[in-house]
Design a protein around this ligand. Structure first.
Ligand code: 13P
Length: 253
């Protein structure tokens, strides 16, 4: 954990969830609210269709609701897209940008991701900027080069630590049950910290750097204890309240 920062446990529901899933959010809220103090912030990023209802369920609780993507423009002729302003209007506090699934499925470049992060800030949202290498890139010894390029191209100028989160998600660890070694995670997080601190000074020293990729109740405590890891971005295991709450328990244990 980076000294002086409050860790964040964030979920990413991806393309999952309907009205019936709101019960899971209710259970997450109840579980969080049963704790007298929480050593972490907690966020669930849900599909656009659920933001408003999820935010209603989570109102007055310790759980914040976020979105999974936004368009970089405020409004206009972009059929099917939603802007950061629309997401904020629906009750989101944060938005994920540059997830590897969007980089792959929608051809999002670092420049697009950077514009989306700036759009998030414009709308008063926290931008969760995702980076991470593929298996081929890691095997070729290029993981740091790739992530370094993504960091310099995806993070806009003027970055502030209280409205930005970096999520390191190795593509090969997402949904596979594979997790890098603790040493590899620590090394990559330390590597990401360097350009952030040199480019943004204290803001870069304090921005949270999350790990994502196959975080589960059984490995969360071990991952959160790795130096330079300031929390997690959780996919599949965030869909069930019991699993997500068990992962939250891994902070500070
Ligand atoms: P999994 O936790 O399902 O591996 O997904 C991680 C992820 O992509 C979160 O954004």
């Amino acid at each position: 954990m980076t000294p002086g920062v409050t860790p964040l446990v964030a979920g990413n529901w991806k393309m999952n969830g309907t009205a019936a899933s709101l019960d899971e959010i209710r259970d997450v809220c109840a579980g969080l609210d049963a704790e007298s103090t929480l050593p972490h912030e907690t966020l669930l990023c849900v599909p656009s269709t659920l933001i408003e209802r999820a935010a209603g369920v989570a109102a007055e609780s310790a759980l914040a609701i976020g979105a999974e993507d936004c368009h970089e423009k405020e409004s206009g002729a972009h059929t099917g897209d939603v802007s950061a302003e629309m997401i904020a209007d629906a009750g989101a506090k944060s938005v994920i940008v540059g997830h590897s699934e969007r980089r792959t499925d929608h051809g999002e470049t670092d420049a697009i991701v950077q514009a989306k992060a700036a759009a998030a800030w414009r709308a008063g949202l926290t931008a969760i900027i995702c980076v991470g290498e593929t298996r081929e890139e890691r095997e070729a010894g290029k993981a740091q080069d790739v992530v370094g390029t993504q960091i310099s191209g995806s993070v806009p100028d003027g970055m502030k630590a209280d409205t930005t989160v970096i999520a390191y998600e190795p593509v090969w660890a997402i949904g596979t049950g594979l997790v890098p070694s603790s040493d590899d995670i620590a090394a990559m997080h330390a590597f990401i910290r360097e350009p952030m601190a040199s480019r943004f000074g204290e803001e870069g020293s304090l921005v949270r750097i999350l790990y994502g990729g196959s975080v589960k109740p059984g490995n969360a405590a071990e991952i959160f204890a790795i130096p330079h890891v300031d929390g997690g971005l959780i996919g599949g295991a965030s869909l069930k309240a019991a699993d997500f709450l068990a992962i939250c328990e891994g902070i500070g244990s």
